[in-house]
Structure formats: structure tokens, C-alpha cells
Design a protein around this ligand. Structure first.
Ligand code: F6P
Length: 520
């Protein structure tokens, strides 16, 4: 069922109100003409944008976010107005100063919450100045939303940069329904409770009407953290539960009980888009070029943003181990390693790049022979057509995240194999492992030797086994695509029955009970 049918055809006597989406970045790509200095813009192409676009157009709506570039507000605003006329929904910019970008985005969001929520406490820089910047920018976002909202709007805030927006809105007297979706994992209490601003972050989350997590495990981690500071009552056993939270201690008078709903909503991709693109003429041309380059060699594909949560160094070490242990694969296998530049102003990211490139060059230096380079390394973004061609050409996709909210690359890879070919080797620490555990070959990316064994297993897998696995994966992703995700979240926040949205089991890390893959 398409999103328009299910979300907008619900029998209701009153209009559902507009949708107001709030995210750190606007779904817009800006570019500046080098000669004239004039700005131009176009909408981004991600799955979230395509999924929300029909709802925004149909119900009417506004997307509020940071344009992501430094520049004068006036020309960027006029770009956004022009673009709004084309897209059919409003685009409202929240402009940040250089100091705000440093303290709020690079500092609190990406040097505190990002590592902490990915279980990497020792990478956190707990700076009170960053916390102040985070509060200030969250207030700024809340002011903008308060200014553009209408009484019946449903407000949907996205991700870890903006946890405090609902609290800011409540202070402005905004009583609309406000939902939150966390795109990254939620850590367990022994990690989360180290955060000096844990009370404020949990308190901020409790101002929402519905908090969506990627997996059941994230949702349970949140509940466990909450229990450290609140008396918690939970009702319901399904995908979404009702929760009452009363502070265990309160400085001022009788403690106030917060009532909200929490649930897991695994985000997904536009399956049909990737499936169709993989068979398109445009991709066929790129595929031909790839066949010329790689011939019959087995291709392992790796595509990640440059981020220390993606396990890039571990991936290199496993590939090195594979080459060491299996000389028979020399000249027959290549790793196509695509790293997308990200957060380049942050030191940890700069250092990771240096270390990664050192490893790539060591491996290539050791094993390259005339006519064969083991690792083809790219540090650049890719067009959608090239991405699709690589997905389709790759015999093996290797996702080695040390921790990941979901990992959509894993799902895009499967959707790009219309003939059920290809093998997905997937980290058990990616949120996607909960849904894809029965079709993927799972790895613990820290276990270099076993990951190398898994890669070997993927390299020699029988066609029938591979096809069966890929069929399962594709079926799952098709059923739970991005439209299903939007529908289930919007239905949940509207208080509708979610019986149609089956609960997705957790993947529990550890050795599988029998055989090689844990069965659900
Ligand atoms: O996965 C979390 C996320 O914030 C995504 O929303 C985003 O695409 C990615 O990380 C990169 O984030 P950014 O470049 O905005 O820091």
C-alpha cells in the first residue's frame, strides 16, 4: 500500500493537520557560483526525503533545518522560497553562526552524543561550552518551529542534534503532538549514565509524545536508562508501548509524571527505486565499464562515510588476513573500498583518514602485482547510477560497523540485486542485523580472524545458498520499506492500532546456537 493511501485515507472527521519536519540539515543541496557568487539549490535525494515528500505535499507541510552552509541569510532564504514553490511544501532555514556550528554541531552533537551513543565513551569530549551551545541552538530551532507552526500541525523532530526541541516548544506554549525519531543507537545505562547532562537529555526526551527508536534493543536501553532516574510504568507488549515516568527525586514540590509512547521503527529504503535503478539503461552503461575494469574477479564492496563507527580499520585488517590465509585468491579477488568524506573539520575524522590510507597502502604495497591491485580505494562521493552499478556488480557486500543505528547501505545492496545474486556480510552490531540476520552472513568486526573466514565463506558460497539468502533479504526489505516506516510512525503518533506492524525481533550478539547463522 502506498503512503498516500494509508496515511491520508484514514477515516477521520477532522483534517490531520500539516506535517512539520525538523532536522539538523535541510534536505537541500546548495551550491555557489564561483564567478558570480550567486547561490542555487536543489532538493536532496535521500530515502527520507522521498518518503516524506508525498506526505508533506498531501497534508501540506514545512521542513525546518540548517542549510548546512555558511552564508548570508537573505540569498539563501530566497533560494529556499523558490525551491518551496517547486516542491510544494515549505522550507525554513535555521541559520547558525560559526561558533554555533563549532559548539553545537561539531562539539556536542558529534564529539559527545555521537561517540557516546555508539558506545565509545573514551572518544567523548565532555565540554560544558559544547553543552551550552547545544542548548542555545536547540532553543533557536524551537523558536523557528514555534514561529511557523499552526495549532493542528504534527511536529516530527529527527535525530540526536535536536533532542531539546520539544522542551523548547513546550516553553513557548506549543501543545501540538510532537514526535521524535532517533536515527542512531541508544546506549545501555553503563554508557549513557556517564553523560554529565544525562538528566537534561532524558528530561528533554520525555517532552515528546512518541519516541521512535531503530530497534527494540535501543528502545529497551532507553527504558533502562530512564529507570535510573524515574519510576517507570510501561503498558503494552507490542511494537509501541505507553510509558509513565515520575522523577525519583524532585527539587521543587510534587514530581510531575510524564506520559508518552515509545517504540521501535526500523528505518528502511525505497526498495522499488533501487530495484528498478539496478536494471535501468543508465546503470547498464556503468556496469559495462565496471566489467571492463574488474573482469571476472570476485568483488567485495565496501561503502561508508568516513567514520570511526564504521569499523574501517578492522575491515582492512580482515581483508589483509584473508589475503594472507588464502593465497589462492590472489589476483582473483578485489576490494572496492569507497569512503565518503564526512565531518572533515573534526580531528578524529582527519586522523582516521590518515590511518586508513596507511593501511590501504601497506596492503596494496605488499600484494599488488602487474595487472592486479587488491584494494581499489576511492575517497569521494558517488552518483546514484554509479552506486547502483557497484552494488549490482559486487559479489560480496561487507558492512563492518562497530555500532550502527541501522545501516541502509546493507539494504540498498540487497535491493539492487533483482536476480537474487550477491552475498551480504553484515556486522551483528548494525541495527539492520535485527531484520537481516537470517539472510546475511554475520560478523563481529572486532574478530579479525573470523571475519576473514566469513569473507572466504562468502567467496566460495554455493549459488543455491546465496540465492536463497538473498531472496529472504529482499523479501524482508521490500515488505518493510521506507513507506512502511513512515506509515507505521505516523499511525503510531496518531494513536492508531499497530497490529498490522509486526514486531521485529532483536539480534542478540554472540555465537549462533547451531550452524552458522542465527535463525529468527
Ligand atoms: O546517521 C546519522 C546522521 O546524522 C545522518 O542523518 C546523516 O546522513 C549522517 O549521520 C551524516 O551526518 P552529518 O554529515 O550531517 O554530520
Amino acid at each position: 500500500m502506498g503512503i498516500l493511501e494509508s496515511v491520508t485515507s484514514t477515516k477521520s472527521t477532522h483534517s490531520p493537520g500539516r506535517l512539520l519536519v525538523v532536522s539538523n540539515r535541510l534536505p537541500v543541496v546548495f551550491s555557489k557560483d564561483k564567478k558570480t557568487g550567486a547561490w542555487s539549490s536543489k532538493t536532496g535525494s535521500g530515502g527520507l526525503v522521498s518518503a516524506l515528500m508525498p506526505v508533506l505535499r498531501d497534508r501540506g507541510g514545512v521542513w525546518v533545518g540548517w542549510p548546512g552552509v555558511a552564508g548570508d541569510d537573505a540569498p539563501l532564504n530566497s533560494c529556499l522560497e523558490k525551491l518551496s514553490d517547486e516542491t510544494g511544501y515549505g522550507l525554513e532555514g535555521v541559520y547558525l553562526t560559526d561558533d554555533e556550528v563549532e559548539g553545537f554541531y561539531e562539539g556536542f552533537s558529534n564529539e559527545i552524543i555521537w561517540p557516546l551513543f555508539h558506545d565509545l565513551v573514551s572518544d567523548c569530549r565532555f565540554s560544558p561550552e559544547h553543552w551550552q551551545a547545544y542548548r542555545q541552538v536547540n532553543r533557536k530551532f524551537a523558536e523557528k518551529v514555534a514561529e511557523v507552526h499552526e495549532p493542528n500541525d504534527l511536529i516530527w523532530v529527527h535525530d540526536y542534534h535536536l533532542i531539546g526541541v520539544a522542551a523548547g516548544l513546550r516553553r513557548h506554549g506549543v501543545s501540538n503532538r510532537i514526535g521524535f525519531f532517533l536515527h542512531i543507537p541508544f546506549p545501555p545505562p553503563d554508557i549513557f549514565l556517564k553523560l554529565p547532562w544525562r538528566d537534561e537529555i532524558l528530561g528533554g526526551l520525555l517532552e515528546y509524545d512518541l519516541i521512535g527508536f531503530q530497534t527494540m534493543r535501543d528502545c529497551r536501553n532507553f527504558q533502562r536508562c530512564l529507570r535510573a532516574l524515574y519510576r517507570v510504568n510501561l503498558r503494552g507488549k507490542g511494537q509501541v508501548q505507553s510509558l509513565n515516568a515520575t522523577p525519583l527525586s524532585s527539587d521543587a514540590g510534587a514530581p510531575e509524571t510524564k506520559r508518552l509512547r515509545v517504540g521501535s521503527f526500523p528505518i528502511s529504503i525505497d526498495f522499488d527505486y533501487y530495484n528498478n535503478l539496478a536494471s535501468s539503461k543508465e546503470v547498464a552503461d556503468s556496469l559495462k565499464a565496471l566489467h571492463l575494469t574488474f573482469g571476472d574477479r570476485l568483488m567485495i564492496l565496501s561503502i561508508d562515510r568516513l567514520d570511526y563507527t564504521k569499523g574501517l580499520l578492522q575491515k582492512m585488517r580482515s581483508f589483509r588476513r584473508l589475503l594472507k590465509e588464502h593465497p589462492e585468491l590472489h589476483e582473483k579477488i578485489v576490494l572496492s573500498l569507497h569512503v565518503v568524506p564526512s565531518r572533515e573539520s573534526i580531528d578524529q575524522y582527519k586522523n582516521l583518514r590518515i590511518e586508513l590510507e596507511r593501511l590501504v597502502s601497506q596492503i596494496n604495497g605488499r600484494w599488488t602485482r602487474p595487472g592486479w591491485i587488491p584494494i581499489h580505494y576511492f575517497y569521494q562521493s558517488m552518483s546514484q547510477a554509479d552506486l547502483s552499478a557497484y552494488y549490482r556488480r559486487a559479489d560480496i557486500m561487507l558492512v563492518s560497523s562497530l555500532k550502527d543505528g541501522m545501516n541502509l547501505v546493507a539494504k540498498e545492496y540487497c535491493a539492487s540485486h533483482p536476480h537474487n545474486s550477491g552475498v551480504l556480510v553484515l556486522s551483528e552490531f548494525a541495527g539492520a542485523a535485527a531484520e537481516l540476520q537470517t539472510g546475511a552472513l554475520l560478523i563481529n568486526p572486532y574478530d579479525i580472524d573470523r571475519t576473514a573466514d566469513r569473507l572466504h565463506e562468502a567467496a566460495v558460497i554455493g549459488d543455491d545458498d546465496a540465492t536463497q539468502r538473498m531472496r529472504k533479504l529482499r523479501r524482508k526489505i521490500k515488505r518493510h520499506d521506507i513507506y512502511h516506516w513512515v506509515n507505521s510512525y505516523l499511525n503510531a503518533i496518531a494513536g492508531r492500532d499497530l497490529a498490522d506492524f509486526p514486531k521485529i525481533e532483536d539480534y542478540v550478539p554472540g555465537p549462533p546456537p547451531t550452524g552458522q547463522t542465527r535463525q529468527a
